[in-house]
Design a protein around this ligand. Structure first.
Ligand SMILES: [Zn+2]
Length: 156
């Protein structure tokens, strides 16, 4: 292509793949294994203040105390906060365009004291609101990834 007699040059990024792998740690591994093998959520409880973290972490931030007590939490909870995405883009988890609209939410699972971030299926937008009850939908084939939870659905 030329413009005013000048060849307009282009540079492409080539085919630079950047494969990487990282550990999700002991707590992340236990959390994802429960989802993969049992379609269950687990949290970890602080022995000092009793706060239950989902997803789990090693240390309670306010208490600076190591946590080792695993506790079951429900696959249901409520929307603590959310947004609805209407602009399609490539999902970095899959490399494919994610159909819109879909919700992305901070979900407080029953039995947890922290929020879990995940997608929310949008069937009836009027039902998607802060405080709405939601339930996890698990993928049939699970691989030990957070995407083993397909999304949450509003159950109100
Ligand atoms: Zn604590």
């Amino acid at each position: 292509m030329t413009n005013q007699g000048v060849d307009l040059l282009t540079i492409n990024s080539g085919e630079a793949e950047q494969p990487f792998c990282y550990t999700v740690g002991l707590e992340g591994s236990k959390f994802l294994t429960e989802i993969r093998d049992n379609k269950r959520f687990v949290g970890i409880k602080c022995p000092k203040c009793g706060k239950v973290y989902v997803p789990p972490r090693k240390v309670c931030g306010p208490c600076f105390t190591e946590m080792t007590e695993w506790v079951p939490v429900k696959d249901e909870g409520y929307l603590h906060s959310y947004t609805i995405l209407r602009f399609a883009f490539l999902d970095p988890e899959t490399g494919k365009e994610k159909p819109v609209p879909y919700g992305y939410a901070f979900i407080r699972l029953d039995g947890a004291d922290t929020d879990f971030q995940h997608y929310v299926e949008i069937k009836d937008e009027k039902k998607v609101k802060i405080g709405a009850r939601v339930r996890a939908v698990f993928e049939e084939k699970r691989a030990g990834k957070i995407t083993d939870v397909k999304h949450f659905v509003v159950i109100d």
